[in-house]
Design a protein around this ligand. Structure first.
Ligand code: HEM
Length: 384
């Protein structure tokens, strides 16, 4: 069962009051998805409810090389900048969670009207240039055929595999939206300061149960988190002038050594802090994946123990030790069911890999547009 009612919440991280009072702008598309999921007897719907009209190898005749082109381009770029993998994985989450996997996150602002890209939760998204590179190659091979929405889910799938995660099959035939949903993105994307019931509710609205939610957050095994998303946990948790008491003390010191309180305000502002240096061990330390990484913005790599650590396991083990970087991650250990899944994934890497693969397939099929709806864009940042 995915739908739960939660008691009134008193636990409050730095800005939970504001995030709890936000309105929900969920589209009908997702309301339908939730109803379908609520009525599903297994509570674990492998494919989600919107994959019916997608097909395996949709481009087999119209663009037989499509998947190969996407794979080899992502590989090339990843070997030049490993940031490419986390960037694309995060990008697909931010696309699919807002009105479905329709590439709406890629659209530029039009006539001064902001798109999703400009919405605060999307300010630090990267990987747009990678998608543009892949798209132009596909436009040369088979003009006007392969949608940006399909490119996005495929590119994320390749990224997961390159980063040591599982490979999962994907159907194709998604179409691109003609609209961008800036307001939905602003209000409906989960925040790093959310308490567990809010995170669970947000995923449940898209048809994910707690098991799937915990597995999807395993994506936080790779990439970099800017200090400002967890600075308040280090120096002024919930206005106490003290660190978050649930943080392991050694880990707190490690994070503090990388994220100086002077870098930026401890408020959860989403604006960049360009004046700060990059004190982390991270060679990439955040930056555009194709252009050289910027040394300007401080952050911590999720796989802070080293690149060799396996995708998933370190993340869940860290949570059990009070070493979650984001508040929202650490919160997975406070719920009975979510904590049980954290334990399961910490000790059983192959269970995690299976569950993550299934959940990524489901995420990649959320609220897709099927012909004749939508369009195939020529440039991913503009409608045709
Ligand atoms: C409650 C849900 C989630 C919240 C609140 C959240 C929040 C965040 C935040 C604040 C960052 C750091 C961004 C930055 O420093 O620029 C981040 C990074 C990231 N997130 Fe999430 N996230 C969530 C779920 C997910 C899911 C479901 C996925 C993918 C399936 C995902 C993939 C990633 C990746 C790969 C990164 C690293 C990005 C990079 O290094 O460029 N996240 N997330």
């Amino acid at each position: 069962e995915t739908k739960k009612s939660f008691p009134a919440i008193t636990l409050s991280p730095s800005n939970s009051a504001s995030s709890m009072s936000r309105p929900m702008f969920l589209s009908n598309k997702f309301k339908k998805q939730q109803e379908a999921s609520d009525s599903s007897s297994s509570g674990y719907d492998f494919y989600g409810d919107s994959s019916g009209s997608l097909e395996y190898d949709f481009y087999r005749e119209s663009c037989p090389e499509a998947e190969k082109i996407i794979r080899s381009r992502v590989q090339d770029l990843y070997y030049r900048h490993a940031d490419v993998a986390p960037s694309l994985l995060r990008l697909v989450f931010h696309d699919c969670f807002v009105e479905g996997c329709d590439a709406s996150v890629l659209l530029d602002a039009v006539d001064g009207v902001d798109g999703e890209k400009e919405s605060p939760p999307n300010e630090t998204l990267k990987g747009f240039d990678v998608i543009d590179i892949i798209k132009s190659e596909l436009e040369e091979a088979c003009p006007g055929i392969v949608s940006c929405a399909d490119i996005l889910v495929f590119a994320a799938r390749e990224s997961v595999a390159l980063a040591g995660g599982p490979f999962y099959p994907l159907e194709t035939g998604r179409r691109d939206s003609t609209m961008s949903f800036s307001e939905v993105a602003t209000y409906d994307l989960p925040t790093p300061y959310d308490i567990l019931p809010k995170t669970v509710a947000s995923f449940a609205l898209r048809g994910f149960n707690e098991r799937e939610t915990v597995s999807l957050l395993g994506a936080h095994s790779i990439g970099t988190i800017h200090c400002r998303f967890f600075l308040s946990r280090l120096y002024n948790f919930d206005g106490t002038d003290e660190p978050d008491p649930t943080l392991d003390i050694e880990f707190l010191n490690l994070l503090r050594s990388r994220c100086n309180n002077n870098h930026t305000s401890s408020s959860p502002s989403l604006s960049p802090s360009p004046s700060s240096s990059c004190p982390s061990l991270s060679p990439s330390c955040v930056g555009n994946p194709v252009s050289p990484p910027s040394p300007q913005v401080p952050g911590v790599e999720m796989d802070y123990e080293g690149k060799g650590s396996s995708f998933g396991t370190l993340y869940y083990r860290s949570l059990l030790q009070g070493r979650g970087i984001l508040y929202v991650d650490q919160q997975l250990t406070v719920g009975e069911e979510t904590e049980a899944w954290v334990r399961a994934y910490a000790s059983d890497a192959s269970l995690f890999r299976q569950d993550f693969a299934k959940a990524m397939m489901k995420l990649s099929n959320l609220g897709v547009l099927i012909a004749p709806a939508g369009q195939v864009r020529i440039s991913c940042s503009k409608t045709v």
